[in-house]
Design a protein around this ligand. Structure first.
Ligand SMILES: *Cc1c(COP(=O)(O)O)cnc(C)c1O
Length: 379
């Protein structure tokens, strides 16, 4: 018999009650019944985004929300600064270039972040920067950016601040209004505890809407003005929304807001502290000093085949974790703890890691990682 638990940085585990909420006979989306749910979802998402502005729910994966930000805020020929600290920053850059936007790339070595000082330096040097793009939690390397510190800097230079929080929202704190974040893209299958298929865009206020009104990039499906009009007019969406996923979102928001955002964020911090303590206790090295609270990443030790380590943890011990993407394929292992995670998941990750390393010939003291994690939970 095989039993497997998802510990990948998306998709993440879906709570049974969230899955069950969507597994009902479909209801029509242009009904009073659905509109009531949808109104609640918008209000709930605004709380998670920390904004009095707008929250939009779209039918797409997280990349669709990223593209929504790009095509709505910009015009061809605009100049933007993009922090590239891994695969997802790179995606923003490729996307902007595809739409004829001029990109100033702020590239950092994998495992590093764009610091507030570095951003200030770039913005003071570059002229006519329309927007700054940053990845909240860079899933390919496990790092997180101090959005609270970067937002006010971008605002001071008059640029739009656009954040990819696909893997962070619902796990890491986001306060769009307080931190002056103009647009935030998110997805359903990470810390929001849903299957893939919904994406979200938060829009803070006037600065973003002015840019949206002026944008000249062609768009149709992802045109936020259509979504805004539809919400204002009838409280729904211009196109058919994935209704079942919305019913599931209603349940996951109930769980998140019921637990309380502060408590949800504290839980993620705890999961991360326990996982990292366990990793270190096994004599492994964390990949970065800037690891986020939704994912722990370690460097595969010398002499161990990283691809095989992931395979043994997953196939033999039932903890589905992720390896590295190019250029770190086989060199790092990523253990996610986002969304529906408790000590169960961290301890499973630890025992699987200990057993896999041990049978692959890496000297570990069985139970050392688990013990270190338990001590964090008990503290
Ligand atoms: C998962 C992820 C995305 C994109 O997600 P898709 O849903 O696969 O389109 C974008 N950015 C980050 C940081 C992610 O973790």
């Amino acid at each position: 018999m095989k039993k497997e638990i998802l510990l990948t940085p998306g998709p993440s585990q879906v709570p049974p009650q969230v899955a069950a909420a969507g597994a009902v006979p479909i209801i029509h989306h242009r009904t009073k019944e659905f509109m009531e749910v949808f109104g609640r979802l918008i209000e709930g998402m605004k709380k998670v985004y920390g904004t009095q502005g707008d929250a939009f729910i779209l039918g797409s994966s997280g990349t669709g929300a990223m593209e929504t930000c790009v095509v709505n805020a910009l015009s061809p020929g605009d100049r933007v600064v993009i922090g590239i600290t891994g695969k997802f920053g790179e995606r923003f850059s490729l996307m902007c270039k595809a739409w004829g936007v001029e990109v100033v790339e702020l590239v950092r070595e994998w495992g590093h972040i764009v610091t507030p000082e570095e951003l200030t330096e770039t913005l003071s040097k570059e002229k006519d920067i329309k927007a700054v793009f940053i990845t909240h939690s860079e899933t390919s390397t496990g790092i997180m950016h101090p959005i609270d510190k970067l937002g006010p800097i971008v605002d001071e230079y008059g640029a739009l601040f656009i954040v990819d929080s696909v893997s962070a929202l619902g796990g890491l704190e986001m306060r769009m209004d307080d931190w002056k974040v103009d647009m935030v893209a998110s997805g359903s299958q990470k810390a929001l505890m849903l299957p893939p298929g919904l994406s979200f865009v938060g829009v803070r206020g006037e600065k973003a809407w002015k840019a949206i009104e002026a944008s000249k990039i062609p768009k149709f499906y992802f045109d936020l003005k259509k979504y805004k009009k539809s919400i204002m007019k009838s409280g729904d969406t211009p196109f058919t929304i994935p209704v079942s996923l919305c019913l599931s979102l209603d349940e996951s928001l109930k769980m998140i807001l019921g637990e309380g955002l502060e408590s949800v964020y504290a839980r993620h911090k705890k999961m991360s502290a326990a996982t990292q303590a366990g990793i270190k206790a096994l004599g492994l090295k964390l990949f970065s000093d800037h690891l986020s609270y939704v994912e722990s990443v370690f460097t595969v030790p010398e002499g161990i085949d990283g691809g095989k380590l992931v395979k043994v943890m997953t196939d033999k011990y039932g903890a589905r974790v992720s390896g590295g993407q190019e250029p770190y394929k086989g060199k790092i292992v990523r253990i996610a703890h986002m969304g529906y995670v408790t000590h169960h998941d961290v301890l499973l990750a630890m025992t699987s890691l200990e057993m896999a390393l041990s049978e692959m010939g890496f000297k570990v003291e069985l139970g050392a990682g688990t013990k270190a994690a338990e001590e964090v939970f008990l503290s």
